[in-house]
Design a protein around this ligand. Sequence first.
Ligand SMILES: *Cc1c(COP(=O)(O)O)cnc(C)c1O
Length: 390
Amino acid sequence: MNAVELAERFGARNYHPLPVTLVRGEGAFVWDDAGTRYLDMLSAYSAVNQGHLHPRIVAAAKSQLDRITLTSRAFHNDQLGAFLERLATLSGFSRVLPMNTGAEAVETALKAARKWAHVVKGVPVDQAEILVAEGNFHGRTTTIVSFSTEEQYRFGFGPFTPGFGVVPYGDIAALEAAITPRTAAVLLEPIQGEGGVIVPPPGYLARVRELCTKHRVLLILDEIQTGLCRTGRTWAFEHEGIRPDAICVGKALGGGLYPVSAFCADDELMGVFAPGDHGSTFGGNPLGAAIGLAALDVLVDERLAERAAENGAWLMDRLRSLRTPVEVRGRGLLIGVQLPGAARPVCEALMARGILAKDTHGTVVRFAPPLVVDRAALEQAMTVIAEVMP
Ligand SMILES: *Cc1c(COP(=O)(O)O)cnc(C)c1O
């Protein structure tokens, strides 16, 4: 059996990959087992913003691999501090709690918000409610799918965790109506990624910020997909000139090498955690910290936010000139092309012509190449895209 047959024979069937076997990556490109090159326009769902095998991140990982990789948080390690400081500075929050996957960062946010509601806001213990948006995607744990509105993500996985309320995304009146004295937090994606690249109406996040402040509710933004320069700013919330009370970060925080995530907040909120309240065996390990620090340095030093803004504006403009798409949505290099019909055949046709993209929500093709992609590669891709969906 070849690699694919082995995976199909011995793996669970929880994914349906496009029929291509990738064996190598460099920058914005990947190669399959026959040596064919593809432009990666998915970037592992924005986990490879810095490009595949970024030399500086690889070097940081290799040098750490020769020293020490895992200590647990039972002891200090010499890498974690610098990583936490860098992310605190870049996010503007005073404290950072490191985890591994995005879902764990979101779980951390939920626990922090609930405990804050009781200890600081005075909501009766275990009575706090968290408001989320229709069409959200925050991960796959049983608690997180408890407040998903996607039937497939939930079916058969109950009983679910209580304590969540769902409001339409982008509807400020509905949000205000849903806030009660028990509301601890509003948890939102600044742009809904998995939901089909849904950009909320202009001013929405600013109004949410006002509402949250008025009602003493935390505004927690899930920047796992939108953060780290993807939308043309370091954080997507910057587009609306607001500051949330906390953010979840993941995906590109690991530079495409390793799972690194974090929950960032200020003292009052992060202060709800005391030793033993929460943790992770691998969270904050020296290998992940060294990689995370290099991943952040690359984003800043290579001006990847500016590049995402420039190339994203160009690409979106070109995509909007096509006749096939019903709508082109997005910001920076997080772009969703809404098609009139099924997106998977389009992705298969793009693949056959050297472009890897993934359908989301059946009729949307997401274009989110590594932010290091250059204009020439995008121009070539645009020629192919225009042939596949004129
Ligand atoms: C991918 C994603 C997550 C979950 O991250 P994992 O690392 O897969 O657990 C959470 N929130 C958003 C917005 C995401 O895009």
